[in-house]
Design a protein around this ligand. Sequence first.
Ligand code: TYD
Ligand code: MG
Length: 465
Amino acid sequence: MMAARAQNFVCQSCGAAFPRWAGRCEACNAWNTLVEEGAAAAPARSRHKGRLFVIEPLKGQTHETPRLASGMVEFDRVTGGGLVRGSVLLLGGDPGIGKSTLLLEVAAAFARGNRRAVYISGEEAVAQVRLRAERLGLTEAAVELAAETSVEDIIATLLHGTTPRLLVIDSIQTMWTQAVEAAPGTVTQVRASAGELIRFAKRTGAAVILVGHVTKDGQIAGPRVVEHMVDAVLSFEGEGSQQFRILRAIKNRFGPTDEIGVFEMTGTGLREIANPSELFLSERELGSPGTAVFAGIEGTRPLLVEIQALVAPTTLGTPRRAVVGWDPNRLSMVLAVLEAHCGVRLSGHDVYLNVAGGLRIQEPAADVAAAAALVSSLARAPLAADAVYFGEVSLSGAVRPVAQTAARLKEAQKLGFVRAIVPETARTEVPDGFSLSTLGTLANLVVDIAGDGTPPLRRVGRQDA
Ligand code: TYD
Ligand code: MG
């Protein structure tokens, strides 16, 4: 029997396979990513007739997904209440961001609840993992350790004893299976190894966490494919010099994808930050123009964060627009509305917008806060330090209401703010001692901040507490 022509050249970026080498992958257009890999050992083709299975009606018993909460609040929040039995999660992040640290702590939290937790390191020796545990104060944790890279050996060993509740594989790029001939680290190996481990999870009900390295361009190296195979993908992120880390769900078959967990990397491991607003506002420069505090919502949790803007006359032909932590299209829209409806001329100015602390904001509710920061910078008029801003801006310049006003105000009050600049139609209970200034249009805001002699926070609404 003639085998079909093997597709031996596999793109290490997207996983597409080709019969011959090329400089550029035809599937994802990446350059120099094709690597020759051993073909998968062809499965013996037995022509079995097919097993009969039961087809059930849609109507029927449902069971709540059984979850295993680790006990680490921030980690459990991001996974949607804990790990689902038999599920596989991929944790991506830059080298050195703290993936191994996080997972050792998660494994220890599991073990604390008398649940078997096994941590397999393919990158570090057992001694190195122990050193880290020492630093984390976890030497007494009942986590089981091994430094192994052979998937078959790992699975055989684990099938031997009681099934672990949690299996951590650090990292998937170091694993290899005999099922394929390709070298460790190649897409073919990573995909096959992940496949074996996923089967192990489904068969035994163990929750498996795979660590995946991220390449320079932010992709989990090689296994884009693995992202599609697993049940959940989390990403662990941090901003260069800063000590805090954000855990974010990118995909989750069993939970939300908009929750974040916030940690601080300390000398003795990761500290969970129960109140991230405090952290994101901690380095705030009071009284300088160009900064506004946005009362946002991340998932189910209110989060206050500072938006910083710098508007300066441009020295080049085309003005620069640079934005970190927010959608550049959203910025363009706010700038256009300021020009078109509020008489704010920005076409001769460079505009820089930054969300403090390396947070990424997705909500349109940040429009008003961003506009406030921009106008404040342009007019060199500092905003009141005790006010928060939120509201969506429409193309007509109207300020539209956003969801969860009450939660935003409550968080603001908790952190010592006493007023909020909100959309006119935001009807909500106002916390005691708190006042609202309402905006019908973005032009109102501009007048309030830059307006002729009017105090920056003239009350414009009748809705005061
Ligand atoms: P690590 O978990 O090894 O990162 P990853 O597995 O993502 O590559 O963490 C590496 C960094 O974290 C390293 O630079 C040292 C620092 N670190 C701390 O600051 N405090 C600690 O308690 C630990 C264990 C690590
Ligand atoms: Mg590591």
